[in-house]
Design a protein around this ligand. Structure first.
Ligand code: UDP
Ligand code: MG
Length: 318
C-alpha cells in the first residue's frame, strides 16, 4: 500500500484547526483513495502562542494518523514546510494551509493527476476573486517584474498548496540553502507540472499572518534569493550614469573654452546629487541584502529546532 503525507503548517491556528483536521481527514478517508493509499497528517506547530499545540496533541491521541512536530519557537512557514517534508514518509506529499483557504477536496483531484498522468507536481492555483483592487494590482505588477528578472517562473495565485511526488520532495530536500523561498524552489526543481484552478476562499477562522510589510518583505525575498540580476542591474545603471557624466563634463568643458563660465548651475548640481544619492542608497541596500544572505548561509544554522514530536526518528530524512 502506498502512503500519502499531508503537511499542515500551523501558527496560532487554534480556531480553525479542528475543522481542518476533520475536513482533510474526510477527504483522505475517501473510499477510492483508501484502496490505494494509507495516509498521515503531519501538523507542524510553528511555535504557536495559543493552544494550537494542545489541540494537535489532543487530535493525535484520538487519531493515529496524526503526526506532529512542534518547534521551540516561531521559525516561519518555510521552516514548517521543510520540517514536514523532511519527516514525511509518504510516496506522495501534499502541503496544505491550516486555515481551510486551500479546499481539501482538491487533494483527490491532485492524486488523480499524479496516479493517472504521472505528474510530479500538481499545483493548485487560486483566483483573486474578492480581493482588494490594490492587492490585485500589486500582485500583477510584482509577477510582471519578477518573471522578467528571474530564471525561474512564478505564477500569480500559485502558492504552497500542491502535491509533490517522492522524487520532487527529494529534489527539494537536496537544496541545503538556509534562505528558503519555496515558491522559487518548487519552480527551480522542474518536473512535469499540472496546474488546477480553484476559487479564492476566505479564511475559515483566525487571522492572516500577512500584513502589508510582510508581503513586501516576501516580495523582496523572492527577487533577491533567486538571482543576482539586481546586482547586475545596478552595475549597468552605474556604468550608464558614469558615461553620461563624462559626456556632460566634456560638453561643459568645451562650453567653458568657447564661451567662458556662465551659469551657477544650481539645478544640475542638486539634481545630480539627489539622483546619485538615491541610486547609491538602493545599490548599497542591494549589496547588503546579498551580504546578509551569505552571512546566514555560511553560519549553517538549522532552519528549525524541534521541541516535541511523535514521529520516531528513522523517517526519510533528518
Ligand atoms: N504559518 C506558519 N508559520 C508562520 C506563519 C504562518 O506555519 O510563521 C502557516 C499558517 O498557520 C497557515 C499558513 O502558514 O497554515 C498560511 O498562513 P496565513 O493563512 O497567515 O497566510 P495567508 O493565507 O494569509 O497568505
Ligand atoms: Mg491563509
Amino acid at each position: 500500500m502506498k502512503k500519502l503525507s499531508v503537511i499542515i503548517p500551523c501558527y496560532n491556528e487554534s480556531a480553525p484547526l479542528i475543522n481542518t483536521h476533520r475536513e482533510v481527514k474526510t477527504v483522505l478517508e475517501n473510499y477510492e483513495l483508501r484502496k490505494i493509499y494509507d495516509y498521515e497528517m503531519i501538523f507542524v506547530d510553528d511555535g504557536s502562542s495559543d493552544d494550537t499545540f494542545q489541540i494537535i496533541k489532543e487530535l493525535a491521541s484520538h487519531d493515529s494518523h496524526v503526526k506532529y512536530i512542534s518547534f521551540t519557537r516561531n521559525f516561519g512557514k518555510e521552516a514548517g514546510m521543510l520540517a514536514g517534508l523532511s519527516h514525511a514518509q509518504g510516496d506522495v506529499v501534499i502541503i496544505i494551509d491550516a486555515d481551510l483557504q486551500h479546499p481539501p477536496h482538491l487533494i483527490l483531484e491532485m492524486v488523480r493527476y499524479y496516479e493517472e498522468e504521472g505528474y510530479d507536481q500538481v499545483i493548485a492555483r487560486r483566483s483573486r476573486k474578492g480581493e482588494k483592487f490594490a492587492r490585485k494590482l500589486a500582485a500583477k505588477f510584482y509577477y510582471g517584474i519578477i518573471n522578467k528578472v528571474m530564471e525561474v517562473e512564478l505564477g500569480d495565485g500559485i502558492g504552497d498548496f500542491r502535491l509533490l511526488s517522492h522524487r520532487a520532495v527529494d529534489a527539494l530536500l537536496s537544496m541545503p540553502e538556509y534562505n528558503r523561498f519555496s515558491k522559487g524552489l518548487f519552480s527551480w526543481i522542474g518536473f512535469e507540472k499540472k496546474i488546477i484552478e480553484y476559487e479564492n476562499q476566505e479564511r475559515a477562522a483566525g487571522e492572516s499572518k500577512w500584513g502589508f510589510f510582510s508581503l513586501l518583505n516576501y516580495a523582496i525575498d523572492g527577487l533577491i534569493s533567486f538571482n543576482s540580476k539586481p546586482l547586475r542591474f545596478f552595475i549597468y545603471l552605474g556604468m550608464a550614469i558614469t558615461f553620461l557624466n563624462f559626456l556632460y563634463i566634456g560638453f561643459s568643458f568645451v562650453n567653458i573654452l568657447l564661451f567662458g563660465i556662465e551659469m551657477p548651475g544650481y539645478f544640475t548640481l542638486i539634481s545630480a546629487i539627489l539622483l546619485l544619492s538615491g541610486i547609491q542608497l538602493i545599490s548599497i541596500g542591494v549589496v547588503g541584502e546579498y551580504v546578509g544572505r551569505i552571512f546566514y548561509e555560511v553560519k549553517r544554522r538549522p532552519n528549525f529546532i524541534i521541541d516535541k514530536s511523535n514521529i520516531e526518528s528513522g523517517a526519510r530524512h533528518e
